[in-house]
Design a protein around this ligand. Structure first.
Ligand code: HEC
Length: 107
C-alpha cells in the first residue's frame, strides 16, 4: 500500500483544494495553482515532489484530459492515483478542460 510520505502536506493540499472548490474560473494557469496541482507536479509541471510522480508538461491535450477524467472517476485507479483523486473531487469538467489545455501548452 502506497503511503503518502508527508501526511501533513497532503492534508493541507486537500483543504486548500476544498476551500477553492467554489471558484468558477476556467483559466488553466490559475486553476493549476488554485487546485493545488502545483504542489505535487511542480510549478513547471515537470518537477514533481516525488520522482515517481509523472511529469505532465507538454503532453497531448486529449490524453491529459482523459487522464484527469479517469482519475476523477476512478477508471484509472492505483496506489499512486489515489492521492490525486481526492483533489479531483473539487475539479469540474470545465476546469479539467482548461487544465488540460494549459498543461499541454507548457514546454
Ligand atoms: C497529491 C498529489 C497530486 C495532486 C495534488 C495532483 N496530482 Fe496529478 N498525479 C499525481 C500522481 C501520484 C499521479 C500518477 C497517478 C497514476 O500513476 O495513476 C498523477 C497523475 C496525473 C496525470 C496523468 C499523467 C500521465 O502521464 O498519465 C495528470 C494529467 C495529472 N496528474 C494532472 C494533475 C492536475 C491537472 C492536478 C490539479 C487539478 C493534479 N494532477 C493534482 C499526484 C497529484
Amino acid at each position: 500500500m502506497f503511503k503518502f510520505p508527508k501526511a501533513g502536506l497532503f492534508a493541507a493540499v486537500t483543504l486548500a483544494a476544498l476551500s477553492v472548490g467554489a471558484a468558477h474560473a476556467a483559466d488553466g494557469a490559475a486553476l493549476y495553482t488554485a487546485k493545488t496541482c502545483v504542489a505535487c507536479h511542480g510549478a513547471d509541471a515537470k518537477t514533481p515532489i516525488l520522482p515517481a510522480y509523472p511529469k505532465i508538461a507538454g503532453q497531448n491535450e486529449t490524453y491529459l484530459l482523459q487522464q484527469l477524467q479517469d482519475i476523477k472517476s476512478g477508471a484509472r485507479s492505483n496506489a499512486m492515483s489515489a492521492v490525486m483523486k481526492a483533489v479531483m473531487t473539487s475539479v469540474s469538467d470545465e476546469e479539467m478542460a482548461a487544465l488540460a489545455t494549459y498543461v499541454a501548452g507548457l514546454k
